[in-house]
Write a protein that binds this ligand. Structure first.
Ligand code: NAD
Ligand code: IPM
Ligand code: MN
Length: 360
């Protein structure tokens, strides 16, 4: 069976890390005999916007829904297109229209990378952020009134539905149940945001009745961010609303030394629509064009994509390949964010070679 994958590099370093993600995919396909058809697209980028006045072609939904998965780089080039225009015109449409309601973001301290937290070793930081990905604080309900006057008012509502909340909680409980520690942490702010957040806590408790083996705790988001830094070893699976999950999934990887390695899977678990795999990071205009972005977030996302497509062992092999390259710690190979002098391509090639050279 051939897996059909839409490949969308996007903007900035998305265009630099994507070739390395593709290189790893092709290496894995060759090594493990998987048939992949990779179809590149230039839309969902600010370059496309400059030419067409919109981020996506009118028929994007019909085009992309035929694929088995979407492999995305990063989008955003605020110098030319305001971020809310580029993001609401692309990535956020994909997540919503393809009902990718789970955003699964592993956070792990990898061998050979130094955590900015004192005395943390691989094994001390190893958890998942499960982020609600289609509703919550990212809502288009609201508006601006009395614009430009002294009485100007802006409102943007948080929308949480029972259907939308229960399904992400169920996923998080199932994940926690499948892991040795069986621990779930819920992020809320029920002291201050006194309608939606206590309700989320109620849904957590209700869902927990089906998972008596999972130990659950809950933190307000403010102290939870502090605990990510002070006690990252406390966490196993962390479930959060859209915005809180967004914040935690940059903070977690920062505690592992760099956000450049962090992957994500935007999943439609039912398989009605394609799921989307992308690094957590953005287009990084500050380093774009220099060829020094860390490609591991993209490559790890490729591993998550192959796992989603049913190739668990190939996914494990890709992760083992970049862990081996990292563990070697060759400064000429590693990118600057993890203490090296290498480039995106040098690190990407080293990982691809390791994938091909692996002994089963
Ligand atoms: P960013 O993630 O692009 O960059 C934040 C910092 O991390 C920068 O200093 C950058 O150089 C560094 N960084 C990011 N990825 C790296 C990598 N692979 N290797 C080494 N260093 C890396 O976040 P930002 O600066 O807030 O956003 C820049 C643009 O990207 C904006 O337009 C934003 O909206 C967009 N964005 C897109 C996505 C996405 O496509 N999923 C995610 C986040 C931000
Ligand atoms: C992410 C990004 C996006 C988000 C932005 C770019 C809209 O930060 O994927 O984490 O907030 O979801
Ligand atoms: Mn983010």
């Amino acid at each position: 069976m051939t897996h059909r994958i839409a490949v969308i590099p996007g903007d900035g370093i998305g265009k630099e890390v994507m070739p390395e993600g593709v290189r790893a995919l092709q290496a894995a396909a060759e090594r493990f005999g998987i048939a992949l058809e990779l179809a590149p697209f230039d839309f969902a980028s600010c370059d496309y916007y400059a030419e067409h006045g919109q981020m996506l072609p009118d028929d994007w939904f019909e085009i992309l829904k035929e694929f088995d998965a979407i492999f995305y780089g990063a989008v955003g080039w605020p110098e030319t297109v305001p971020d809310h225009v580029s993001l609401w015109g692309s990535l956020l449409q994909f997540r919503r229209r393809f009902d990718q309601y789970i955003n699964l973001r592993p956070c792990r301290l990898l061998p050979g990378i130094k955590s900015p937290l004192a005395n943390r070793q691989p094994g001390d930081i190893d958890f998942y952020v499960v982020r609600e990905n289609t509703e919550g604080e990212y809502s288009s309900v609201g508006g601006r009134m009395f614009e430009g006057t002294e009485r100007e008012v802006v409102i943007q509502e948080t929308v949480m539905t029972r259907h939308g909340t229960d399904r992400v909680l169920k996923f998080a409980y199932e994940l926690a149940q499948s892991r040795p520690r069986r621990k779930l942490t819920s992020a809320t702010k029920s002291n201050g945001i006194a309608i939606t957040m206590p309700w989320w806590d109620e849904r957590v408790a209700e869902m927990g009745r089906h998972y008596p083996e999972v130990a659950v705790d809950q933190f307000h988001i403010d102290i939870l961010t502090a605990n990510f830094v002070m006690h990252p070893d406390w966490f196993d699976v962390v479930v959060a609303s859209n915005l809180f999950g967004d914040i935690l999934s940059d903070l977690g990887p920062a505690c592992t030394g760099t956000i450049g390695v962090a992957p994500s899977a935007n999943i439609n678990p039912e398989g009605t629509f394609p799921s989307l795999f992308e690094p957590v990071h953005g287009s990084a205009p500050d380093i774009a064009g220099r060829g020094i972005a860390n490609p591991i977030g993209q490559i790890w996302s490729a591993a998550m994509m192959l796992e989603h497509l049913g190739h668990q062992e190939v996914s494990v092999a890709i992760v083992a390949a970049f862990e081996a390259v990292l563990a070697e710690g060759d400064e000429g190979v590693l990118t600057p964010d993890i203490g090296g002098r290498g480039t995106t391509e040098i690190l990407g090639r080293a990982i691809a070679e390791r994938i091909i050279g692996q002994v089963a």
